[in-house]
Design a protein around this ligand. Structure first.
Ligand code: CA
Ligand code: CA
Length: 257
């Protein structure tokens, strides 16, 4: 009995993580590290990528490569929660006739409003182990999130030669910019009115959490016509080059929820 239980538990341990794994776009089987490249040769591994995903987020991590024969070939595909994840990378010399240029893309989701940022993307190469035995390459990408004002969804800076800090402004809201295009104009006001109409007629909320925060420019807990009116007043002031001070005083300021 005890033996059966332990076998059952062992099976659970083996099967449980696999069941939660996503299928790749091409439908290939994915191992528990997210490796999708079928011709992966462990003996060629000469690098390791570490990705650190912050609390309160998840990340869609994609690693692909270009070679003389292949373009954007899927290499790793993985969706992960907070933590640090490692990816073994094969080394290839980058001469004209035999190269591999790797690409990594990390899309963070979550934060205060449960939204997704535009993916962070970077390229890297890994030298050939056979040509230079001391060339093992380690790179780490350490992600964090904040509510800093931003036109880009993220900023990245190399903190050391091998570590890149990527700050994703997932919690930033530009008040009044409902469609998130960086401008506050009549189409934002129209979205507020449409939402107000949907709420009034029982259809309910259609905006995302982040859009709802951006829409409530009166900070009174509800989205209605007065929010739309305030956005239009602001837009009118910008359009006619009048001062906008005090209209959307909180525009471009992250609200304290
Ligand atoms: Ca807008
Ligand atoms: Ca309001």
């Amino acid at each position: 009995m005890k033996k059966i239980t332990s076998i059952a538990m062992a099976l659970c341990l083996v099967t449980a993580p696999l069941a939660a794994l996503p299928a790749s776009a091409e439908g290939q089987a994915i191992n528990e590290n997210g490796l999708v490249y079928e011709d992966f040769n462990k003996l060629d591994v000469n690098g390791r990528i570490a990705v650190t995903v912050p609390e309160n987020t998840s990340a869609a991590i994609d690693i692909t490569f270009d070679s003389p024969e292949l373009t954007d070939e899927p290499y790793y595909v993985r969706i992960v929660s907070a933590g640090t994840y490692y990816f073994d990378i094969e080394g290839h010399d980058n001469t004209d006739d035999d190269y591999r240029n790797y690409h990594i893309s990390v899309e963070l989701s979550g934060g205060d409003y449960n939204v997704s940022a535009k993916p962070y993307a970077a390229d890297f190469t890994v030298p050939d182990l056979n040509e230079d035995p001391d060339s093992f390459k380690e790179l780490s990408y350490v992600f964090s999130i904040d509510g800093e004002e931003s036109d880009n969804d993220w900023d990245a800076a190399a903190s050391t030669e091998t570590e890149t800090a990527v700050n994703v402004h997932l919690n930033y809201v530009r008040m009044g910019d409902i469609d998130g295009n960086g401008k506050i104009d009549a189409s934002d006001a129209a979205l507020v009115l449409r939402e107000y109409s949907n709420l009034s007629t029982g259809i309910g909320y259609t905006l995302t959490n982040k859009q709802k925060v951006a829409a409530n420019v009166y900070y009174d807990g509800k989205i209605d016509a007065s929010d739309a009116a305030k956005i239009l007043v602001y837009y009118s002031a910008i359009s006619t080059a009048r001062p906008t001070d005090g209209i959307l005083a909180d525009a471009a300021v992250f609200p304290e929820n």
